[in-house]
Ligand binder design. Sequence first.
Ligand code: NAG
Ligand code: NAG
Ligand code: NAG
Length: 503
Amino acid sequence: MIIFSLGVLSLFITAAARQWRNSGTGTIVLEEAWTVPELVDLITATPPLGEPFEEFKASFLDVHGRRLDLMDQNNIDFMVLSCATPCIQGISDPAAAAAMAVNVNNQLAAAISNNTARFGGFASLSMHNAAEAAQELRRSVKELGLLGALLNDYQQSGLDNTTLLYYDQPEYDVFWQAVTDLDVPVYFHPRVNIAQIRTLMYNHAPFIRGPSEEYAVTLANHILGLCTNGVFDRFPTLKVIVGHLGERLPSDLFRIDEQLRRARPNGLVMQQNASAYWRTNLYETTSGNFATSLLKFHINEIGLDRIMYSVDYPFSGEIRAPIHYDDGRASLDPSPHGEPSITEWELVASSALFAQPTVPLSLLRLKLHTGHKHQLRVHLARCLNTPILGDALYSKKPPSESINQITMLPEDRIFLHASHLSFFRYRPSGFKKRFRLGISAPLPPDFLRICSDSGIQVDPAEAKGGVFIDGIMVEDGKVPELEGDWMPELDEIQPRNKNYRAW
Ligand SMILES: *[C@@H]1O[C@H](CO)[C@@H](O)[C@H](O)[C@H]1NC(C)=O
Ligand SMILES: *[C@@H]1O[C@H](CO)[C@@H](O)[C@H](O)[C@H]1NC(C)=O
Ligand SMILES: *[C@@H]1O[C@H](CO)[C@@H](O)[C@H](O)[C@H]1NC(C)=O
């Protein structure tokens, strides 16, 4: 997944005639969160495993420390930083928003000024007034050397925050004119909806707030607004970047085009169909959405030259750090003798009781791309600085005392649970012979108890485990094609002896 994107991006960056590190094999990432001390408390996300909330917050403020170390370990040549959501779009007062945007852009430019070979920045803009936004963008690009702008979806406004400003209206043409004159991209990043929308739409199903559903739906609405209101027809060279594999839009182009074609006689002004803009104006990045099958589908739908790599640090990422073994113990080894080791990680949930972070504990989903014994333990402890709970060998310090206060940690138990295995099988007959058979082991009871004691939400389906065909759970665990009943009753599963711990 790391291989592409250099071609397209160098376009944006060389346009500003800047020198940046291009090792020829490295990567550029574009959706990478950073913030200023004044805004760090607005961040609502939760930290990865083992990381105290203060450290997590510090990772947003840091540029040259751990962030750069991780870039070096992961072969990332160049990172474009931007202010973590909602940033200026969460400030309803126009004067306060405009002043904060200038402050953020000045701090960002200063923070990266001594290492522009490795770091670039996207400007933050107050979108209360399009002409002022255009002016601040011009200043940010021409005077501060920033590479474009990142907008966190709609601008909230008004005394009760309920006036939502969308940039697809004609009064924003003056802004889009400046963007195209400067020839810089604008990244559209999601934001948490205003409280009133969250209450109306998500009180019935609070778990689908945020990245699982809310972000994609709300941002796709804004992007289709740009399309259908003719912004790309009026500004044919405009470049807009959409993260998280295009917030689902390229997955749904057939239906969108088909329905909009029918709307044309009713006054729809858009001159092309929506898929056409994905070939001329819109780009997507892979940030936080590392689904290889979907990526392949999107390559087919919109073409590889519209897709760019990004990570979404610090919420998910890929660790590429070779290791070597010495007397059975693994350590990092960047030399040519190290064994290539790749781990993908994603933050699933963090400790939060009553919505407050409580103990430094999170649940991560890891994907092993290279199967080295101890790779996960070393990568988590040394690269992410978030050792696996109970891993005394690779952690530098014992687990935080606060964890012992709210739950009981068993001795001699590493909370690394091998959960999902899958492989191809073949049906004896029928139309689609090959299928992927997956098996998830149930989460062990002590694992679940610690999650529940520390306020970590676990998806009940994942806790239960089961059998999957092509990624879809088979309710009763029966796979008739293989004459198989793959799920024994749970009470049939007995530990082989009382020291059995290899869950
Ligand atoms: C840039 O400045 C920061 C903060 O003073 C420092 O930590 C970092 O090492 C500097 N980087 C370079 C390349 O000089
Ligand atoms: C408006 O939003 C601000 C933060 O952006 C928040 O502090 C305030 O409580 C909100 N007001 C209402 C009425 O929701
Ligand atoms: C969308 O537009 C392209 C080119 O303009 C055309 O080839 C394609 O058939 C259109 N698709 C639909 C569903 O209208």
